[in-house]
Ligand binder design. Structure first.
Ligand code: ATP
Ligand code: MG
Length: 273
């Protein structure tokens, strides 16, 4: 079974792309077949996985969404073992306008994924920092949402809008959608504030925060400029260790929860956020 996970948080710079790219590579290191979908016009996942040079202009997620290209023709093999990607360019910024008059415009990614020839264990979707039609397409196509959250003072601000959007999508477009977890990023265990934020998030979202926390690590911020996931750029780094641990936890989560996954509304109390 393919697990389709949207990496979503409309807040900018919280680690969505870093987590998408490095979780993809680390799942690949565990020999899981992964498709990384870049749904952000910033195209940071495409460059982070090292495909900027390889992308051909007319073969990106943008053409796939608009039905101008078959998805299989646009998927590129990344250098990273077991990882493929559906790349984006800045053209994707035009999607919101282009899609306005399209029928079923929230289901375009979902429909495209039905045509995949290849079997993947995981499909990771990197979302933009907005709750736009692009993000809605990701949430409709996905089975689960993983929320990267930077452990800082304003971390919870805006989270209720995200959970409301997820609930709206559940009610109207994709009833099987579920919040799979919250990943704390740029976590500094010596900083008291980080622990306070963690406690607060645990209160609002019991059992949703994943055990693996991603520390702030300069190697993680350097790796994208070399077009390499952290495990290729510096396998000895703390960043590598943490994303490999996150991949192991991810695999474990799907093993243990395959039997019964509570719905989002069972788990969260958005009123309190
Ligand atoms: P956007 O909302 O713009 O898409 P994002 O949520 O995808 O941003 P990233 O691009 O992953 O966030 O990260 C934002 C910045 O922080 C980047 O420069 C990235 O290299 C850096 N960064 C992310 N995680 C870490 C980390 N654990 N340690 C150090 N730097 C990090
Ligand atoms: Mg990003």
């Amino acid at each position: 079974m393919t697990q389709i996970i949207a990496m979503a948080n409309q807040k900018g710079g919280v680690g969505k792309t870093t987590t998408s790219v490095n979780l993809a590579a680390s799942l690949g290191a565990a020999e899981k077949k992964v498709l990384l979908i870049d749904m952000d016009p910033q195209a940071n996942a495409t460059s982070g996985i090292g495909l900027t040079e390889t992308v051909s202009e007319q073969k990106t997620v943008y053409e796939v969404l608009l039905g101008e290209q078959n998805i299989n023709a646009c998927i590129l093999k990344a250098k990273t073992p077991f990882v493929w990607a559906l790349p984006a360019t800045s053209d994707l910024a035009g999607f919101e306008v282009e899609a306005v008059d399209l029928q079923d415009r929230e289901f375009l990614l979902h429909k495209a994924l039905q045509n995949l020839d290849k079997d993947f264990d995981y499909i990771l979707i990197d979302c933009p920092p907005s709750l736009s039609l692009i993000t809605i397409n990701a949430l409709v196509a996905a089975k689960d949402v993983l929320v990267p959250l930077q452990a800082e003072y304003y971390a919870l601000e805006g989270l209720s809008r995200l959970t409301e959007t997820i609930e709206l999508v559940q009610e109207n477009l994709n009833p099987r959608l579920n919040i799979k977890g919250i990943v704390l990023t740029m976590f500094d265990k010596r900083n008291n504030l980080c622990h306070q934020v963690e406690t607060e998030i645990n209160t609002h979202f019991p059992n949703l925060v994943w055990e693996t926390k991603i520390p702030r690590n300069v190697r993680l911020s350097e790796a994208p400029s070399f077009g390499q996931p952290i495990i290729q750029y510096d396998i000895t780094s703390v960043g590598s260790q943490s994303y490999l641990a996150l991949a192991a936890e991810c695999i474990e989560q799907y093993k243990s929860k395959e039997i019964e996954t509570p719905t989002t509304s069972d788990k969260i109390n958005t009123q309190r956020v």
